[in-house]
Design a protein around this ligand. Sequence first.
Ligand code: C2O
Length: 587
Amino acid sequence: TMLSPSNSSSDSQPAPDGGPARPMLLINGEYPGPLIRANLNDTLQITVNNQIADWPISMHWHGQYQNSTPWFDGTTGITQCPIPPNASLTYDFTVGRPGTFWYHAHTSSLYIDGLVGPLVVHDGVEGEARGEGTEYDYEQVVLLSDWYHRWSTDLVASYLVPDNENVEPIPDAGLINGKGLFNCSSDVFLSALDSGSVSACISTSQRMGYPLLTLNEGRTRLRLINVGAFADFWVGMDNHPLTVIEADGTDVEPLIVDRVPIAVGERYSVVVDTTGEAAGFWFRAEMNVNCFGDVNEVLDPNILAAVRVLPASASSMESTVGSTPVNWIAETTTGLPTTDAWAGTWTGPTCRDLDLSQLVPAVVEQAPVASRLLTIDVSFQIGANAVDLGYMNSTAWVPTAYTPTLSAFAGNGTNQTSVDADEEGWIVGMDEVGWNANKQGQWVIPISDGPPDEGREIEVIDLVINNLDDGSHPFHLHGHQFYILAQGPGALQQDPTYYTSLTANHTLLSNPMRRDTVTVESYGHALIRWVADNPGVWAFHCHIAWHVAAGLMVQFVERGGLLGEWDVPDEVAQLCDAGGWRPEVEI
Ligand code: C2O
């Protein structure tokens, strides 16, 4: 497969929400990028041919393990230097985990400007082959995202302005499969237009309309993916309960809900049944503005898509709607759905995931015993430069550094160094191994490491995340799936007996939920556990794009001793020649 990211053309700028047009980034001329489908254990070769004029980028395969190919994880500054304009890199890796995933640029906040797409990995136990209550006849991907009328790096620049009160950029609109319907006649927008602070919407004739989901009559698996920057969505379909069957690549026992909360980076598969129906209804994705802190009035948090049901006699979507599937419907169309949202207010968790007691993995797996406990306290502070930064313990990631951490551990024998860490896991003497001075503040935590004669034991890590901030944070770990042993209010470290009781709780450990992203609510905590058996340098970060820019990211160097025996492929190492290509603007 070839993915060619490029700038949108300057003479016809896109407005995916029908609001103001703006320059954005496209993949193969499209937004969102094409669906990549694979079977479990397939080897994927994906050439990323960077046609963007002014930015170097790398592409990350969110949720895949990159076992034995850590240099293809696609994280700028951690596993590679980014691909310069007019250059390409072929990512070559085995898909080691079935389920619903996505790919996105992992360079600054650029994925928000359009560099995202779905990645689906099939394991052969799908459709009718699945157990009672979880089977389905069709499947479809549904991408959810917040949308901004300004370039992401501009938004980041104003967010991180020195001495500023740290208020995240608030979405202007929301999109379903890259389409939406911005309210161009809201009073707030019109008065902003009058004052000249926003640009005008595209003309009505250019506006597409509501996103359209065309379902065949019967049972459909919707693969929901939140590919946005910031907003958490509640997703539901009028009068149609959803059966949750997968979360982040883990099949779960069927769970029937009317809405599902989905944070940035997370995925859920839900089955919806339209058997015997012909009428359409609304699909609703509501941005959870409670999680924003400050609510901007321009925002319309209720994003709608019209659902059309094709009768069973129409054999396939293609034969009915032609070779180019129509995926929007004009707002003036007669016969738009007339259904109402689910009655009653949401009673589930707010700004956090579905309760652990509700999500039960379908394949029972016992959590192994942990061998090491790490704690990360998350907070926002005024940093040394009087810039608001996000801290994980006392460290903030500085995203300007290009030299990948991985090159200090693996890499044709040129850069090898032994890892010398203090008791807390801080790597000492980083400057001596050629680290960019900007990276000094980063926490690079060596795990499952040691000289060969000491056995290089594989550790099982328990990580407590204490969120001391007033916002919730969806934390994502690269290279792994982890067990979630606890998730709730309050800081966990304040009650050591709680940790002891958790880790001695055999019911809890008998089949904990396994995911790659976990939302830690405001002033709350999570306890996650993983087997550190995958050699590589793995990012662990809040997936909110603004918070990555503010520094909420650390790295785990896993099995560093073993990495030293591995060579980074030349085509990856070469990207760093001459210090790596850099844009005019710092990113
Ligand atoms: Cu979606 Cu660092 O990843």
